[in-house]
Design a binder for this molecule. Structure first.
Ligand SMILES: C[S@@+](CC[C@H](N)C(=O)[O-])C[C@H]1O[C@@H](n2cnc3c(N)ncnc32)[C@H](O)[C@@H]1O
Length: 353
């Protein structure tokens, strides 16, 4: 078992079980041992590829979106934009490299809880561990963008048993981490019944405690006229998840592939959960919900690909060297970003407080 697993076992043997959300927080973010705190994460040489890591095209499209939103706001200067869950800063780097029209006004703040990732954040940006206080970036509206953050925020798990609902906790037995079911009733059980009506015995659902808090804070930060744009793998309802096996929506990843039981080797794999939109809507229903493919098309991905093709021709194809190859690679990047069975099928949730 992993070092973090061994430490958790001895802690849980001494103190009793913890909720799955606390376990997930440790597995991902425990200092020095959690998956994100010990060098795991998004990137070509790391464990999985997110849209910004596919190449610069995603950031170039987001740069165009930022220009549009800046225009809508009457071109404020400064134009505060917060990227939450910024990881190593790849999206921010691509946005800046695309030289958006708003560049001179753009005040880009990168929020990343893993401080080990700050050194690669691009110059001219500010790195911090948590969302800024509302109003601290100036009196005007703020744009908050988050790519694949919400799926990484710890979730509680609940299970429907023959006796009713129970919290899935993590305990230790015989030197291993095991699940422990802690039955509950009252308002919490009513909440589960409302979110997953008619869930059969054996069904499970996630409860998005942290993502809901994050959204509340992000909306307060965005302020009137601002925007919160979150890109993630999402599902319309919690009830939909209750009908599926837990492994279909609570996934583990390591070394560019699916990994196994989240309790087996904590700290060695990512743990992510599909985001049920109905739970976020309890804070505020999103103003727009569309696929990543639709979002990218709306903000001009096809035009950027066409420009790339034209540039490739203009530079004489392969004879044009790296600039020509970079221009042509937009086509393959677009294929990955628009793939309806892959990144293109992700959901873009947009709130306009
Ligand atoms: C799946 S990665 C995505 C990174 C990047 N956005 C991308 O698309 O490549 C999620 C990132 O969110 C960070 N994170 C998790 N919880 C956070 C929080 N509450 N505030 C800021 N960052 C957080 C993690 O450390 C990790 O770097």
């Amino acid at each position: 078992m992993s070092e973090l697993g061994r430490r958790l076992v001895s802690h849980l043997e001494a103190h009793g079980p913890i909720g799955f959300a606390d376990f997930q927080a440790q597995a991902l973010y425990a200092p020095g041992l959690g998956f994100y705190a010990s060098g795991g994460g998004a990137g070509r040489r790391r464990d999985f590829l997110t849209s910004p890591e596919v190449g610069p095209l995603f950031g170039a499209v987001v740069a165009r979106a930022l220009d549009g939103w800046w225009d809508d706001l009457g071109r404020p200067d400064p134009f505060p934009v917060v990227e939450a869950g910024a990881g190593p800063g790849t999206l921010a780097r691509s946005i800046l490299a695309a030289a958006p029209r708003c560049a001179a006004a753009l005040a880009l703040v990168l929020v990343e809880v893993g401080e080990a990732q700050w050194p690669t954040h691009p110059s001219g940006t500010t790195s911090r561990a948590d969302l800024p206080e509302p109003g601290s970036l100036g009196p005007g509206p703020v744009v908050v963008v988050a790519n694949e953050l919400l799926d990484n925020l710890p979730v509680a798990l609940v299970a429907r048993t023959a006796e009713g609902w129970a919290e899935v906790q993590v305990g230790a037995r015989d030197g291993r981490l095991v699940e422990v079911l802690a039955p509950f009733g009252g308002e919490q059980a009513t909440w589960c019944d409302l979110r997953a009506p008619g869930a059969p015995v054996g069904a499970r659902i996630p409860v998005l405690a942290e993502a809901v808090d994050w959204l509340r804070q992000a909306l307060a930060l965005a302020g009137p006229g601002g925007r919160v744009v979150a890109v993630d793998y999402a599902r319309p309802t919690t009830g939909e998840l209750a009908a599926l096996d837990q492994a279909a929506w609570l996934r583990t990843y390591a070394a560019h592939g699916r990994s196994g039981d989240p309790l087996a080797e904590p700290g060695t794999c990512d743990i992510t959960c599909d985001v049920p939109i109905d739970q976020l809507a309890l804070v505020a229903p999103p103003d727009r919900v569309r696929t990543q493919a639709a979002f990218l098309r709306e903000h001009g991905i096809d035009q950027l690909v066409a420009e790339g093709r034209a540039r490739w021709e203009e530079l004489g194809g392969i004879a044009g060297g790296l600039p020509a190859i970079a221009a042509r690679s937009r086509s393959s990047e677009a294929n990955a970003l628009l793939d309806p069975d892959g990144l293109g099928g992700f959901t873009v949730l947009e709130w306009r407080p």
